[in-house]
Design a protein. Sequence first.
Length: 485
Amino acid sequence: MIDPKTARRVSQSAILIAGLLGALFLIQTTAKQGLFGFFSTLLAILPVAWIIFAGSRWWILMPLAVMFGGIFVLEYKIFTHEIALPLCLLALLPMIATRRLGVHRRAFLPSASLLLLLLLTGNALASLYVARLGGTGGTGSILRIYYHGLWAVIFTLAFYRFGESRHLKRLLILIYCLGVLRVLVSIVTYFLGRYIYVPYLNYVLGGMAQGLLDLRFTGVQLAILSFACSLWVSSKWAKGFHAAVGLTSVVLVVMSAGRVSVAMVCAVPVIWALVRRKFGWLSVIGGILLITALTLNQAPDILYRLPEEARRALSILVRESSTRWVDQHELVQASNEWHLRLMELGLERWTESPWTFLFGNHVEAYDKGYESLSATMEVRAQVAARMGLYESGLWTVLAVAGGLGLVLYLRLFFFLLRDPWREIHQHGVQDLAHVFYLWAIVNFFLWACFAWIAGGYPSFELMMAAIAKAAYEDRKEPSPAPQPT
């Protein structure tokens, strides 16, 4: 049997040699092909290096890719999370092969996780079959719709079985930094008024594709994270820092022009107060929101002194009759009609037959008629519904995965969040694990409360719930030891 010290020295030597050879190869390629050769080679080397050297951190790339976002513009647009999942699973394979994974005594996932995987996979295959019969093609756009739901289920199955929660501190720091960076990118993009991409890689950073609209996601998530961290840390300076980040995030959410996003950030402290049964705090929070709404209704000129994006976002807090010389509600009427029509179409496609009611309707390939300048709102809504793009979590799940899909999602969330809920309810936010508990709980309830009007598959929510549950289970046992080879 090989001595562990000898094996470690051999592996370190192999890594050093591989690094030197890789550096020499990069230098040679750059000398021959210039920067294009350098970046193209680096793009090929980095995934291989991650797969080989990620080790027990194999899963961290997934939440980081989702949080930072971005798009690789090649022949087709490829989102970072679409690349991250295969890289995570490939990095997991060497760990399984060499038996370097820790032995966990976590409670088994319910059968709902596998059933949900089978349901989404079966629906995807059925949609591809229908598209083939119709000769429409477009399999890539069909698979992408289902992948938005599948990636979180696959990640949950893999992480909960093989992932190690001891990397949560590193994950928290990285996610916090990437969230701040993505927000800064959105702001810079807004002021520049154009896209910026990484040359040679054709990579558009997260936040650039949508500008301030991207803050509807990152602003809300950063607000939740900073709120949870402010409850955890004890230092006044640290609390002040997280409070400043949280307040800035709220302001940026207002600047995102998202009415639902404003309601979400207002709901964050309310959810925390309800979970903790802090009815005194609930009264204070409700009073602040009520005073803000009354002030805007009594003095609507305050609203119209703000930038256009802020006016649109805060219009959710004012009555229609309170807008005196400019009716902001009329300006967003088209958006309201669009979402209402998508809801109606989602209900129609969900209740089309007993089969679709249970298992969901099929998804059709991308239709270029959606982008036609002559297309009316009704035409675009019909096309969006057929493609499964309902812009609301409830109708995405019901119309695409059926009533069974919704039940399976709820069953899985109940299993994953039951224990973290109890911990937050009894103890509040006392340590690092509790930060992830609260983050996961708040995200789920935001999805549940606003799914009728916003969102999609609860994929980000499911990923965070899986991390929270694994962290809870690992606290009940000693740190896992690697299996002997």
